[in-house]
Design a protein around this ligand. Structure first.
Ligand SMILES: Nc1ncnc2c1ncn2[C@@H]1O[C@H](COP(=O)(O)OP(=O)(O)OP(=O)(O)O)[C@@H](O)[C@H]1O
Length: 757
């Protein structure tokens, strides 16, 4: 198709057409203009929009000086990935920059009516990170744009599970004090998606708790979910507000001696939210206190629990988190990226996933010898000893921001306190028989374990119940002096622990991981913490670490007491019992990790370099001196010594050898070079004027430092070497010290050129 100006374009896009040829059959389509791409046939399919360049339909692609132009833009988007479509009025649209360059003149744009489709794309470097993507389409006829907007809107309305009305709580002082700023960053996404938001900025700890517990059920039902803009502790406050006031659930099972000691009748006891009011009033939890709400000294707690049988949140109500905290472990374990925009996109697109929630109950007798349970819900982690002491100390240093954890962590580590306690946990037979490979499965999108593992009495989608314990389950006990006791409900990945405490913990399998660290020398504990902070580390692989996968446990302390840390909130308890509810709440979805094989790439480069410069002398850390040929193997040995996984290194060496074989050894032996640069690359390079063409009449500067010069000499059979060149080609790496090559060594391709001759 000839491109000769605006009139031509206007004519092209004036018609609603059905595209010919083998272009995907579609419900309907029309010729439109896509900003920064060109004229396209836009089609409305059953699952989304797709478009194809007019040139590619009629002329098999747009060409410039005989070179096919590659328009590197997506050509479709699913409705499930679109969150809004809107008319944006009359304005200009542009051709692709490649075409502008090709035609040698700058097009000033076409004026027409426009509409925008808002979706997202995954970041190329970090697939968990979602980036907003907007496609602007134009047409000279307003009614055509309106029709498209209406149709796409109708399709978006058919997408199920998208929220329409959300209650948003902002903790303005969370983390580095970015709560409000993060909300301002994402608010336009919610506005564009036409989601109504009621925003409440908290003024104190417990403010959000009060709002949720005092809200009527009817009002709560009008929301599709609650979004918190803050950290894990803030999320925990809201989770507790909703569950502890409205969720009627059985208390955790306990061994008979524990039940006797606290004066309860085993697992038959049911938590009735109405009964916990008095206990919460005397709660000594410094963060989640129930303050005097209305200034008059009388609490509005009487407004709680109007309907303890409030429909369970997991059927329709969801929790969203826009990260703004200090650690944001829950966000990192669910969306996989600590990024407000990614979380907002997950929320508006209605992505969701079930989360296990642990119920933790503190038992204590009142002055009148009446047993009073105090219930808390935990989404990510409950920890005692070291974990509690760190949070307790760091709370006094909130002004330091996230750095407070490093300071308090070091301080608590140096104190090295251990605590006497007895822990009883349920042995789960089915888990003991799980194969080792099954245990190492990491929880991802559509996780096999979370989706399929049977949950004894409960089924997914119905009311979650705690694990129903088969007859043969036993209580196992562990008593002693512990540096820490932790119950991980999810892996708890965060910036300080890249793999989390338990790398293979699942978000919705109905289990928690009990990790008990017995008193041990400081150096051993430091080693455990170092492993925790290291990617690929094995923090649980120590003699003094006990790790059990279970569904319920009890805890009784004796002697000196620490404090519990529940999702970063303090909780004082001498005796407590806990259990997991499988998939109790819905939150935003999912993480999909694509490993970036950085270390394999480094090994591949090292291997190829080692083959090219086999005799170059390398000095590792100034201690070991070896030849370049052995460098990848020496690096692999170092990985082995330092406990890093060997697989990426071996993979890199294999890839490096394949590359070397196909680009050097095989061409030399057979004369065939299958990795030859295709002609079109030469054309493109010539077109953009980059680089030097091998068939160029321009003479190369013989003194210039040109990469891969060695190979040219080799193929010509030229044996001459240039000392200056060799020096330029010596590698410089951080930990290795290059040395002067000797006259015979460090010369690339010398051996091969002899062979050719
Ligand atoms: N306006 C407020 N002023 C002071 N504290 C607040 C306010 N709003 C909420 N809080 C309390 O602050 C506590 C900590 O909040 P949050 O978890 O957001 O921050 P963080 O501790 O910095 O982050 P993380 O939990 O990810 O480490 C919560 O318990 C919450 O109840």
């Amino acid at each position: 198709m000839e491109r000769d100006g605006e009139d031509d374009v206007a004519d092209n896009i004036a018609h609603l057409t059905a595209p010919s040829g083998d272009f995907e059959a579609s419900a309907w389509s029309s010729n439109m203009f896509l900003d920064h791409v060109g004229e396209v046939v836009l089609s409305h399919n059953s699952d989304g929009l797709s478009w194809k360049l007019l040139e590619s339909i009629h002329n098999e692609g747009s060409h410039c000086l005989g070179i096919k132009l590659d328009h590197k833009v997506p050509d479709k988007i699913k409705f499930s990935d679109l969150y809004a479509v809107e008319l944006t009025g009359y304005g200009s649209l542009h051709r692709s920059s490649a075409e502008n360059n090709c035609f040698g003149k700058e097009f000033h744009g076409y004026e027409m009516f426009r509409f925008k489709a808002h979706g997202f794309k995954k970041s190329k470097t970090q697939p968990c990170l979602w980036v907003p993507a907007t496609y602007t389409f134009g047409h000279k006829d307003l009614s055509t744009c309106e029709m498209w907007v209406n149709q796409v809107n109708a399709s978006l309305n058919r997408e199920v599970g998208r929220p329409k009305n959300l209650l948003v709580f902002i903790h303005p002082l969370s983390g580095k004090g970015n709560g409000y700023r993060n909300w301002e960053m994402v608010a336009p996404i919610f506005a564009r998606a036409q989601i109504k938001t009621k925003v409440i900025v908290t003024r104190r700890a417990g403010h959000a708790f009060d709002v949720i517990t005092s809200i009527t059920n009817n009002e709560l039902k009008s929301y599709d979910g609650v979004v918190t803009v803050g950290g894990d502790g803030f999320f925990n406050e809201i989770l507790n507000a909703l569950l502890s006031s409205r969720y009627k659930a059985p208390y955790p099972p306990t061994p008979s001696d524990f039940a006797q000691s606290v004066g309860i009748n085993g697992s038959s006891v049911v938590h009735n939210p109405n009964e916990t009011v008095s206990d919460q009033n005397e709660d000594d939890d410094p963060l989640l206190t129930i303050p005097q709400h209305n200034g008059s000294g009388s609490s509005n707690l009487h407004a709680y629990h109007q309907d303890a049988d409030f429909p369970l949140p997991n059927e329709w109500f969801r929790f969203g988190i826009i990260p703004a905290g200090s650690t944001d472990a829950i966000v990192l374990c669910t969306t996989g990226a600590r990024d407000p925009i990614t979380s907002a996109l997950h929320i508006v697109l209605g992505k969701r996933l079930s989360l296990d929630i642990a119920q933790v109950v503190r038992w204590r007798a009142t002055a009148a010898s009446k047993v009073e349970p105090c219930v808390r819900y935990v989404a990510s982690f409950a920890g005692y000893g070291f974990y509690g002491d760190v949070i307790s100390d760091s709370e006094k240093r909130r002004w330091m921001g996230p750095k407070r954890y490093d300071y308090s962590g070091t301080k608590v580590f140096l104190k090295h306190r251990s605590y006497e306690a007895e822990v009883a946990y349920l042995e789960v037979e089915s888990e003991n028989s799980t194969s080792v490979s099954d245990r190492r499965l990491i929880c991802r999108t559509n996780c096999m374990i979370c989706n399929t593992k049977p949950v004894y009495t409960s089924t997914r989608g119905t009311r979650p119940t705690p694990y129903s314990h088969p007859e043969e389950t036993r209580w196992l006990k562990s008593k002693g002096c512990f540096l820490s006791i932790g119950a991980a409900i999810m892996s708890n990945r965060n910036e300080r622990a890249p793999d989390g405490l338990v790398i293979d913990a699942h978000l919705s399998d109905g289990f928690l991981h009990l990790i008990m660290i017995k008193d041990c020398p400081r150096a051993s504990y430091l080693w455990h913490l170092t492993e925790l902070a290291r990617k690929g580390g094995n923090p649980l692989d120590f003699e003094f670490v006990e790790h059990h996968k279970t569904t319920a446990f009890t805890f009784t302390s004796s002697g000196n007491e620490s404090v519990w840390n529940l999702d970063g909130e303090l909780f004082q308890a001498h005796q407590l019992s806990a259990q997991v509810f499988r998939g109790l709440v819905l939150t935003v979805v999912p993480l999909l990790w694509t490993p970036f094989m950085g270390s394999s790439l480094v090994f591949m480069i090292l291997y190829v370099w080692g083959r090219e410069f086999p005799n170059a002398r390398i000095n590792i850390y100034g201690v070991v001196s070896l030849k370049g040929f052995y460098l990848p193997w020496a690096t692999l040995a170092l990985d082995l010594i330092f406990g890093y996984p060997l697989k990426p290194g071996i993979l890199g060496i294999v890839a490096g050898h394949l590359y070397y074989f196909l680009t050097v050894l095989h061409p030399l032996a057979s004369g065939k070079y299958i990795f030859k640069t295709p002609l079109w690359v030469h054309k493109v390079v010539a077109f953009w004027g980059e680089g030097t063409q091998i068939n160029s009449p321009v003479q190369r500067d013989p003194r210039a430092g040109v990469a891969f010069r060695g190979r040219g000499y080799r193929l010509n059979g030229n044996r001459s070497t240039n000392t200056e060149q060799q020096q330029q080609q010596q590698p410089r790496t951080g930990s290795t010290t290059p040395q002067q090559p000797n006259a015979a060594g460090g010369v690339a391709f010398r051996g091969r050129s002899y062979r050719l001759d």
